[in-house]
Ligand binder design. Structure first.
Ligand SMILES: NC(=O)c1ccc[n+]([C@@H]2O[C@H](COP(=O)([O-])OP(=O)(O)OC[C@H]3O[C@@H](n4cnc5c(N)ncnc54)[C@H](O)[C@@H]3O)[C@@H](O)[C@H]2O)c1
Length: 437
């Protein structure tokens, strides 16, 4: 089988590479010429554990190819996956311009049956828009060519994307024809040989499933952040509360960590988009509006703690930040809490020294020279008045506290991910605050 994956970002590159790994002939398409040029040379545009080796291996085997021309590969493929970005529009709804651009290019250039699968996260009703856009182009050309559309939302997690794709909990597929279902079964069967966990459904339900999943996870995080803030006021410990409730099988342990807010390319935009879809249909998503509000407040919580500690006198203070990416094992800084915090610190007149194991280049691209980019985690601490931990990278878990104490001016540690032991840190002489304790 030969497929095209359009959009060679986090989702497209991982999906394309994993399909190639199981023997599918894949061509990855992107309009970003530099990205494609680099990929052809074996230069990977993102940090994702395990991906580089897999890309190189499959490229070498000839199963994974890269191009900027979707038009030129349409005659050779059976299925086209669209994995282009769907950023939030000004009003919070998903911007479908790239998705529809791809659909129009397909309609304008296809010469035989194709299954067109949307992998991007798109609001309910998008498959119909994709279908109409393709048909319009075919009508313009005056040709009759059969095609199907399908919805196959992606659930991979950045930082664990390759494993998630190779061994998915389940695969959700929305189809409206048997032919499409057969093709999708053929493609996914090799990933699920022992236990076929593809859930077929109608297309609107598949489109909605992705938003419902991300909104549920975002809700758990905001709920726990609310509980954490209350814990601080009443003298409870959110980590103990988490253990207490997470052991209830009806609740489960995952996504119950209090912290300094969720970020990334998915939760913020998908929660916004679902609120908007509801509005467009005359319904108000009250829970999700609160989820967003709590998250916005939570992104500022470490700053408030710092401000309280220094009694509002932050001008000229040097603050070290450990972690810039929105979560560990990725270089992705989209909607990261670090960006909000850096803005607040600079506005308050602080000097900011940052370190992240993977996203220093991305930070330089986004922030320029407004902060100091440290050579390593200890360099970030030099003469600092406080350390703020924002991303729970493994290398931050067991630092050399003696070295830290010597490097810092003031022994203040504000932990936005609750990775240190409060008792130990206070015994070592640090002023230590985390979330919900
Ligand atoms: N990042 C994640 O963890 C994740 C997980 C699940 C679902 N999703 C969804 O998948 C979609 C893609 O997300 P991403 O993070 O991979 O985005 P991304 O921004 O990393 O990549 C999108 C790519 O599409 C390319 N592109 C845009 N228009 C194009 C066109 N007309 N033709 C060819 N290429 C084009 C861009 O150049 C870019 O390389 C989004 O809808 C997102 O919500 C993302």
């Amino acid at each position: 089988m030969k497929i095209a994956i359009v959009g060679t970002g986090y989702v497209g590159l991982v999906s394309g590479t994993c399909f190639a790994e199981i023997g599918v002939n894949v061509v990855c398409v992107d309009t970003d010429e530099k990205k494609i040029e680099n990929l052809k040379k074996g230069i990977i545009p993102i940090y994702e554990p395990g991906l580089e080796d897999m890309v190189l291996r499959n490229t070498k085997a000839g199963r994974l190819n890269f191009t900027t021309s979707l038009k030129e590969c349409l005659d050779d493929v059976d299925v086209v996956f669209s994995a282009v970005g769907t950023p939030p529009d000004e009003d919070g709804s998903a911007d479908l311009k790239y998705v529809l651009q791809v659909a129009r290019t397909i309609g304008a250039n296809m010469n035989k049956y194709l299954l067109v699968v949307t992998k991007s996260t798109v609001p309910v009703g998008t498959a119909k828009k994709v279908k109409d856009a393709i048909q319009e182009e075919l009508d313009k050309r005056g040709v009759k060519i059969e095609f199907d559309v399908a919805s196959n939302p992606e659930f991979l997690k950045e930082g664990n994307a390759v494993d998630d794709f190779m061994s998915p909990d389940r695969v959700v597929v929305g189809v409206e024809s048997e032919r499409a279902q057969k093709l999708m079964t053929k493609l996914y069967k090799p990933f699920l040989l022992n236990n076929f966990r593809v859930i077929f459904m109608d297309i609107p339900s598949a489109e909605m499933t992705k938003y419902a999943a991300n909104s549920m996870l975002a809700t758990r995080i905001s709920f726990m952040n609310d509980i954490a803030n209350l814990c601080e006021l009443v003298g409870a410990n959110v980590n103990m509360v988490r253990s207490g409730i997470g052991s209830d099988t009806r609740i489960g342990r995952k996504f119950l960590y209090a912290g300094c807010g969720y970020g990334g390319s998915c939760f913020p935009k998908d929660v916004k988009a679902l609120i908007k879809t509801a509005e467009q249909n005359g319904y108000e998503m009250r829970v999700l509006k609160a989820v967003e509000e709590v998250n916005e407040r939570q992104k500022g919580i470490l700053f408030d703690k710092l401000n309280d500690y220094f009694k509002g006198d932050l001008k000229g203070k040097t603050i070290a930040l450990w972690g810039l990416a929105f979560k560990p094992e990725t270089d992705d800084m989209r909607e990261a809490p670090s960006l909000v915090l850096i803005d607040k610190l600079l506005a308050a007149g602080c000097n900011v020294r940052v370190y992240d194991p993977a996203s220093m280049e991305e930070a330089k691209r986004r922030l320029g020279d407004i902060v100091y980019y440290a050579k390593d985690m200890y360099d970030a601490l030099l003469d600092s008045d406080a350390l703020m931990l924002l991303t729970e990278w493994k290398e931050f878990r067991l630092p050399a506290w003696g070295v830290i104490k010597k490097a810092m001016n003031n022994n203040v540690i504000l932990d936005g991910r609750n990775i240190y032991d409060i008792k130990e840190l206070r015994e070592l002489g640090f002023v230590y605050h985390c979330i919900g304790e």
